[in-house]
Design a protein around this ligand. Structure first.
Ligand code: PEP
Ligand code: MN
Length: 333
């Protein structure tokens, strides 16, 4: 249930109403916007007489929220959420690019890529240290050592770092990681979602290979309901019958999510397409469709990459893409 207060509602009236609602066992989320204040009520609202609240002269409107997700819903929080990572902001009109290799492979590799993507306009550095691979015989990542190399790259370039967690027990290793990524395969690993929800680090939540947008929002709700509101959603393509691309990029996810949630929405055209030649057109399309950011795989030597070389851009290709992204954004402004 949400209660929208009139613009002239006093602090006293608001606090009294919140107290009254809390005394009935409800959790009250206050969202203060420029034009209105919204009280989002979480818990069993079946015993609440909405007519009674509606009759208060400082209440504008009372509505029952039918969505199963609450905290992620735009109805609860009409204004866009802006996630801050150091000086970088994503959401609410702030756009950011995340770039870097699929996996951290060596000090030389991650430093080279970090320097070049930073110069080309990326705000955040990505790099997998724990890799969820389809085959147990494939490169599984450099693990703790990989995280340490990312930390070095951050120290040198000043770029905050993004890395994927695959196991709750690894959380202590992620202390220096600025954004914790939950990969597509773990989108419904509810224990992992709850665990990152108990941290205060921004979480990049990727859509599952066969997950609906509602399921993605329910997974965001798992994180948010534990207290962590810094969630960034990532569309990375879903599995369809099409074989020419690794996945099918669902660009409609951007406007659909925009309607239903206040959380920032970014797009990963690298995993969506699986082919370096397709990354730029889909990245530009995502920006045109309103994405708050992009996540792009970049490798200094894609042909010899230990993971996802076929979809990785070279630093030079990334720099070109970055310039075109800026043009599309200008055209939209
Ligand atoms: C990744 O970002 O490296 C990754 C494994 O992506 P996804 O979870 O989308 O497959
Ligand atoms: Mn990858």
């Amino acid at each position: 249930m949400i209660t929208i207060l009139k613009k002239n509602a006093t602090k006293q009236q608001r606090d009294d109403l919140i107290q009254w609602l809390e005394a009935r066992g409800l959790e009250v989320h206050v969202s203060e916007g420029e034009y209105q204040t919204v009280l989002g009520l979480v818990g069993d609202t079946s015993q609440i007489d909405e007519g009674l609240i509606d009759s208060l002269d400082f209440v504008e409107q009372v509505t029952r929220v039918t969505e199963v997700y609450k905290e992620a819903s735009r109805k609860f929080h009409p204004e866009d959420t802006v996630v801050s990572i150091g000086d970088v902001r994503i959401g609410g009109g702030n756009f950011a690019m995340i770039a870097g290799p699929c996996s951290v492979e060596s000090e030389k590799q991650i430093l080279e890529v970090a320097r070049s993507v930073s110069l080309a306009g990326a705000a955040l550095l990505r790099g997998g240290a724990f890799k969820p691979r389809t085959s147990p015989y494939d490169f599984q990542g450099m693990k703790a050592e990989g995280l340490e190399l990312l930390r070095k790259a951050k120290e040198e370039t000043g770029m905050p770092i993004v890395s994927e967690i695959i196991n709750v027990n690894h959380l202590p290793l992620f202390e220096n990681v600025d954004v914790i990524q939950i990969g597509a395969r773990n989108m419904q690993n509810f224990e992992l979602l709850k665990a990152v929800g108990r941290t205060s680090k921004p979480v990049l939540l990727k859509r599952g290979l066969g997950s609906t947008l509602k399921e993605l929002l329910m997974s965001a709700e798992y994180i948010m309901s534990e207290g962590n509101k810094n969630v960034i959603l990532c569309e990375r393509g879903i599995r369809t019958f099409e074989k020419y691309t690794r996945n099918t990029l669902d660009l409609s996810a951007i406007p659909v999510l925009r309607e239903h949630t206040h959380l920032p929405i970014i797009v990963d055209p690298s995993h969506a397409t699986g082919k370096a030649s397709l990354v730029e057109p889909m990245a530009l399309a995502a920006v045109a469709a309103g994405a708050d950011g992009l996540m792009i795989e970049v490798h200094n030597d894609p042909e010899r990459a230990l993971c996802d070389g076929a979809q990785s851009l070279t630093p030079a290709q990334f720099a070109k893409l970055s310039a075109k992204v800026a043009k599309v954004r200008e055209a939209l402004a």
